[in-house]
Design a protein around this ligand. Structure first.
Ligand SMILES: Nc1ncnc2c1ncn2[C@@H]1O[C@H](COP(=O)(O)OP(=O)(O)OP(=O)(O)O)[C@@H](O)[C@H]1O
Ligand SMILES: [Mg+2]
Length: 415
């Protein structure tokens, strides 16, 4: 079944026959009478696999071609089509016929479409996996954002609660003060309309003393000033929170003031930091940077929290910035525990954390990395164990063309 039946000499050179026999896909060498001169091993295997007439062997593959198809191949020198539409095992083939009209010889190449379908199926499966991964990443981003929002909420609640607490208590005191002042005004009023106002002077002086008016007059401006500051602080925190989450709405990269973003973010985590951290700022002014400000703020938040968490007792966080004509950088340095060299390669791996369960999810840096990469920037890390670490975010001032539109499609655009 494998070797050609009585091969006519001179039709196919030994080289051509050798080449056909070594090719990995099914190939038949034929003459114009459809006699098989060679069926390579792949063709023989296919004939067996298709469960065609076993005795016919490779000839059974030739029998798949109808007379009309065969004539068309001889006439045009080429024919290609599906010869076996069987859904279980479809088969296509190509026939190439030699140039010489006297001794036409044909090369029949079979294409097992079922294998192609299998590859298509694998491709579709791969695509579905990629889509599932994108959805999972989106969910992760959302949960990371939720986690950091949860972390923030505690700090922000405290930050707001504090001024609201003393503004509330000041209002209570102011209520007492205004009652005393109104009582005194009432005394003045009575005296003014009495027959002898001067005679009431002593009484008024006494009331003034009893009501502690001198103290009230001294304290009142302080209370009002403090209350006003409290309200301003709350307004500022609310504004910072808005800045922090802002812009995320339309997800278009826009020129943004990164130092203002850093300060806003710092403000809302300050409650976590203030008891153990001394802060130094070495800002040099930056141009506006084309970015998704809310996402870059998320990066700052992660880096600030990491820096604070690296400091056990007391330490310093230094914020610095700089730029050249193409890039800006912002660095967050801490005098915390530092990062051992063996940990360095894993820093940006999702779920890599050295923190106790419940403290870290190990997503902060992974998310930050993908946000910065989306902005065509990078995060550089230097660290010495026992001395501290510096995370430097480097961003291009302008995004490459089209990046602004691309950004809107990427899965990290999670509100
Ligand atoms: N400033 C830093 N100093 C020392 N180690 C750091 C610092 N920043 C990150 N690391 C190390 O890198 C690990 C990964 O950081 P990452 O922010 O990704 O996760 P996490 O802080 O552990 O958890 P999450 O941020 O999700 O709450 C940390 O667990 C810590 O070991
Ligand atoms: Mg972290």
């Amino acid at each position: 079944m494998s070797e050609p039946l009585d091969p006519p000499t001179g039709l196919w050179s030994d080289d051509a026959r050798w080449a056909a026999s070594t090719i990995g896909f099914p190939v038949l060498l034929l003459d114009a009478q459809r006699r098989v001169h060679l069926a390579n091993p792949a063709a023989q295997a296919l004939a067996g696999k298709l469960d065609l007439e076993p005795a016919a062997g490779a000839e059974s593959l030739v029998a798949l071609v109808s007379d009309a198809q065969w004539e068309s191949a001889l006439r045009d020198g080429y024919w290609k089509g599906v010869v076996r539409p069987d859904p279980e095992h479809p088969l296509a083939l190509e026939i190439h016929c030699g140039q010489s009209p006297d001794t036409p010889h044909c090369l029949m190449v079979l294409v097992d479409i079922s294998a192609r379908d299998e590859r298509q199926r694998q491709y579709a499966e791969l695509q579905r996996t990629v889509e599932r991964l994108a959805t999972t990443q989106e969910q992760l981003l959302r949960s990371e954002k939720m986690a950091s929002i949860g972390q923030l909420a505690a700090g922000v609640a405290h930050e707001i609660n504090n001024p609201i607490g003393y503004v509330g208590s000041n209002l209570g005191t102011l209520q007492e003060y205004s009652a005393a002042l109104l009582a005194l005004v009432e005394k003045y009023h009575e005296a003014l309309f009495s027959e002898d106002p001067a005679a009431r002077r002593q009484e008024i002086m006494q009331a003034r003393q009893q009501l502690d008016i001198d103290y009230i007059l001294g304290d009142l401006p302080n209370l009002l000033k403090e209350s006003r500051e409290g309200i301003e602080r709350v307004t500022k925190i609310v504004q910072d929170l808005k800045d922090f989450s802002r812009v995320g709405r339309d997800q278009k990269m826009q020129p943004a003031d990164l130092l203002q973003g850093l300060d806003s973010t710092l403000n809302i985590v300050w409650n976590d930091l203030k008891y153990k951290v001394r802060l130094e700022k070495h800002y040099s002014s930056l141009p506006l940077v084309e970015c998704l400000a809310s996402e870059i703020n998320q990066v700052f938040l992660n880096l600030l929290l990491n820096a604070s968490q690296a400091i056990e007792q007391r330490g310093t966080i230094v914020l610095a910035s700089g730029c050249d004509d193409k890039e800006v950088w912002i660095s967050i340095s801490d005098t915390g525990c530092g990062i051992p060299p063996e940990v360095m390669p894993h820093l940006f791996d999702p779920f890599f954390t050295t923190k106790p369960i419940g403290r870290g999810t190990g997503l902060g840096l992974a998310i930050s990395y993908s946000i910065v990469a989306k902005h065509h920037g990078r995060i550089e890390v230097t660290s010495t164990v026992g001395q501290g670490s510096t995370f430097r975010v480097v961003l291009p001032i302008r995004q490459p063309q089209d990046a602004t539109q691309e950004a809107a499609k990427l899965p990290s655009d999670v509100e």
